[in-house]
Design a protein around this ligand. Structure first.
Ligand code: BG6
Length: 509
């Protein structure tokens, strides 16, 4: 395979971010360790981090500042995914501060305010602060309220204040609306950055570029040429040690209203009038609103749930979901979901979108497959060709990032025979591989005030709106036959049946 020149070096990403302080709530937790600190380090490597910058960690754990700094050095070494420069790592650690605090204590927030003021003076950050809520979701409203009570969210001339809120944003439509209302009472929408880490992935951002920077795809990107779309987010891992969270969430809440609907909206949206944050998000919201509401009767026909039992993933024998740590041995939580969705607009009428996600599938793969209508067979009637394989365009989000187009070609020989072949674009061949946690771009965008890749209140609610009928029916009718697929398989039989009824099959490649 020929290696190509790297077209855009990451250094070309743009200007250095605004000078600021980053306050991390939940600074001793997993997200900070594995994603946020390495992402900051990677931004630093590309000269995108401002020199006037400080991190203030705030968490319940009684760490000293020295311990926090040591942790930062260790975390970066372990998770940055690149050879670590001690100089930069030390610089980040030296710009980091820590305070033990309780999210419900007004006194602790008052102390924090003083700390922020000190750091502002020390690091010349000119009043810009962003708060990252890397905590359990039940603390989100309280933290925002406490920040506002101390006027820590007030913006002034030339000084911005922003809040990044992690997923899950609510656990159903009502709670998402309540959270939007609560935080909306003290923050303006332009200050709120609801994160969905899928939007930090280059391949996800590329969906827009692929569709709208090329002239040849958009004309066929509609019901006239497309038969159906399949979106798969398969994971080979189980729930690991997250059983406590997952028992309440399940695959539906965990993956569909956020990650999968992001993929769907970028695939199905109309061209935005510009790349301005609201122009893009208006179109995403519009298509989410156009998803047909599933009636309770249809839920039984169009939505499938599953839970993995013990099985073999690769060569490893793994336990069933009910035997995982922190999971109820009788649990009726789903670890697999498949849906058939319809989008009620002129572009997509009668083009089903099949979506699925599951844990303990045979392999990790996230992809969007656009299957085009077949060519008419008439011309091939009198040849040995039995059927024509439809063209499929596959956007491979991860791993093995790339795009491929499958089409039919003549198999050399005296007879007319047609075989499927693919044209392949691999990111790694063209652009090399760049260590990334997926959070770099999102942190950077928050620091420059670009909210394009963050969810707006209406998008979050539209996402919950799509899944709400399914949540309701499944709650009323708990699954009886769990576990219903073995670890290491592509989910329950009903998922295949969902496709078979429509004369289609999942791409299990
Ligand atoms: C998270 C979910 O949001 O996304 C996890 O809570 C899931 O359950 C993860 O494993 C998948 O993310 P990625 O980037 O590995 O595809």
């Amino acid at each position: 395979m020929i290696k190509h020149e790297v077209v855009h070096a990451p250094e070309d990403l743009g200007r250095m971010a605004d000078r600021c302080i980053m306050v991390v709530f939940g600074a001793s937790g997993d997200l900070t360790t594995r994603k946020l600190l390495p992402a900051l380090y990677n931004l630093g490597r590309h000269n995108l981090l401002p020199r006037e910058f400080a991190i203030l960690g705030f968490a319940k754990d009684a760490l000293t500042e020295e311990e926090f700094r040591k942790k930062i050095r260790d975390d970066i070494r372990e998770y940055a995914g690149a050879p670590v420069s001690c100089e930069l790592c030390d610089w980040l650690a030296d710009h980091s501060y820590y305070m033990t605090g309780d999210f419900a204590s007004a006194d602790d927030f008052a102390r924090m305010k003083l700390r922020v003021q000190e750091l502002e003076a020390q690091h010349h950050t000119q009043g810009n602060v962003f708060y990252y809520l890397a905590t359990l979701p039940q603390f989100f409203p309280e933290i925002v309220r406490q920040l506002a009570a101390q006027q820590l969210t007030e913006e002034s001339e030339g000084a911005w204040r922003r809040v990044i809120i992690e997923k899950p944003f609510g656990s159903d439509l009502a709670s998402a609306k309540a959270l939007n209302r609560d935080i909306g009472q003290v923050l303006k929408e332009h200050q709120i950055y609801r994160i969905d880490h899928y939007l930090g992935k280059e391949t996800v951002q590329n969906i827009l570029i692929f569709r709208f920077s090329n002239g040849i795809f958009e004309p066929v990107w509609n019901r006239r040429y497309i038969d159906h779309v399949q979106i798969t987010v398969a994971e080979s891992l189980g729930v690991e040690r997250r059983g406590g969270y997952y028992e309440h969430a399940g695959a539906l809440r965990d993956m569909i209203p956020n990650h999968i609907l992001q993929l769907l909206s970028l695939t199905a949206m109309e061209p935005p009038v510009s790349f301005d944050a609201n122009a893009v998000r208006d179109e995403q919201a519009k298509v989410l609103h156009a998803i047909q509401t599933i009636s309770p009767e249809d839920v039984l026909q169009r939505a499938v749930r599953g839970q993995y039992g013990a099985g073999l993933v690769g060569t490893e024998q793994v336990a069933g979901y009910r035997a995982e740590p922190f999971v109820d041995p009788q649990s009726s939580t789903e670890t697999f979901v498949a849906f058939k969705l319809a989008i009620d607009n002129w572009r997509w009428a009668d083009v089903p979108f099949y979506i699925r996600t599951g844990k303990r599938m045979p392999k990790r793969v996230t992809e969007i497959a656009i299957q085009f209508r077949s060519a008419p067979f008439r011309l091939f009637r009198d040849t040995p060709v039995e059927k024509l394989t439809p063209n499929t365009l596959v956007m491979r989000i991860q791993p093995d990032e790339g795009i491929s187009l499958q089409f039919g070609a003549k198999i050399p020989g005296a007879h007319v025979r047609v075989g499927p072949v693919t044209m392949d674009f691999e990111y790694a061949d063209y652009f090399g591989t760049e260590p990334s946690t997926g959070y770099e771009r999102l942190l950077y965008d928050c620091m420059i005030g670009d909210a394009t890749l963050f969810q707006r209140a209406d998008m979050v609610e539209a996402g919950w709106n799509v899944v709400e009928p399914v949540l309701d029916v499944w709650k009323a009718l708990p699954a009886k036959a769990f576990p219903n697929y073995a670890a290491g398989t592509w989910g329950p039989k009903d998922a295949d049946e969902l496709m078979r009824r429509d004369g289609r099959v999942w791409r299990n490649e």
